[in-house]
Write a new protein. Structure first.
Length: 325
């Protein structure tokens, strides 16, 4: 299955979309924050990001879902900064250290070369764009360089779920696999823990648009994802993630066949110890309760994790060249 962005490049549509997205940076409304700063002049808003993309790390990631990592790893590009402020973010070293991340800015051609490096030198199965929501114009522009250089891997849009539907519409036919979080079913908690008081509506609208574009998960004969939607649901302590509400919404509004990655790996890092409700890992019974809800709702496609998963998924971006080794 050839990625759609190749045909879009040769038809001229990819260039058209790159220009349209870049024009929006002049009064930035790329994500739901709609800060309206002129990022083309390096003004910064909530995400502390200007004109150029910030690449904090790239590697072959073997710890993603099996359909993403496969045997050779997912070609992961970790973008710096974020449009959320999750107090428990495991990537806080690169998502919330804005001053330091400016030193990781790269030009569009270098971002394209990074993609080709992961494809040709490392041999990864896909290009996994982590925290891409605030850099969509830069990513599409880099693709206009990467395609004539030979890029042909599926693109994974690995997002916190706080996306603009208008921006996602310009990714139709470009992104092959959407991998969004569905963090909360309560805007009270979303505001308190991620500074996103409209997260529930925004994430649900975005997931509907993602599903409209790519549908359910499609894999090849070896089980590798080629297209489709995978929902990540991180279970938080004391029911803070609102699992029953979110899973019920997925079953009714998306599909009972939607692929779900039910994650037990929550661990109190960054500022989580300042919040009593977030200051511990989840219990086996809390995780089992979510699995029982999925079974009750007929949500059978996807993956689960072991209870000690946080030991394998806590990255170190400051002291390791490969953050997950």
């Amino acid at each position: 299955m050839e990625p759609g962005y190749i045909a879009l490049y040769y038809s001229g549509e990819l260039e058209h979309r790159a220009r349209r997205l870049e024009a929006r940076l002049a009064s930035c409304d790329i994500c739901p924050r709609e800060c309206r700063v002129n990022r083309l002049n390096d003004e910064t808003g909530f995400c502390h990001s200007g004109r150029l993309p910030i690449v904090s790390s790239l590697c072959a990631h073997h710890g993603e879902e099996p359909a993403i990592s496969g045997s050779r790893g997912s070609g992961t590009i970790f973008f710096g900064n974020c449009n959320l402020r999750c107090v428990y973010c495991q990537n806080y070293q690169i998502s919330q250290d804005w001053q330091k991340q400016r030193s990781n800015e790269v030009d569009y051609h270098t971002l394209a070369e990074n993609m080709l490096y992961l494809q040709d030198e490392i041999g990864c199965h896909n290009i996994n764009l982590v925290s891409p929501s605030h850099f969509v114009p830069q990513i599409v522009r880099a693709l206009t360089d990467a395609v004539p250089m030979g890029l042909k891997l599926p693109l994974v849009y690995n997002t916190n779920g706080y996306d603009s539907v208008r921006t996602l519409e310009d990714l139709s036919g470009i992104v092959n696999i959407y991998l969004p979080d569905l963090k909360y079913a309560s805007d009270v908690y979303a505001s308190q823990f991620s500074e996103a008081p409209d997260y529930v509506a925004r994430s649900r609208q975005s997931i509907k648009e993602m599903y409209r574009q790519v549908g359910g998960l499609v894999t090849d004969k070896s089980g590798l994802a080629q297209q489709g939607l995978i929902i990540r649901h991180l279970i938080l302590p004391d029911g803070l993630s609102g699992s029953r509400d979110s899973l019920n919404w997925l079953a009714k509004e998306i599909s009972r066949r939607v692929t779900i990655s039910a994650m037990s790996q929550y661990h109190p890092v960054h500022q989580a110890d300042q919040f009593l409700l977030l200051s511990r890992s989840i219990s086996p019974s809390e995780y089992q309760e979510v699995l029982d809800i999925m079974e009750e709702l007929g949500l059978k496609n996807g993956w689960t994790q072991k209870m000690d998963a946080h030991e394998d998924y806590l990255p170190d971006f400051e002291h390791k060249e490969h953050p997950f080794l």
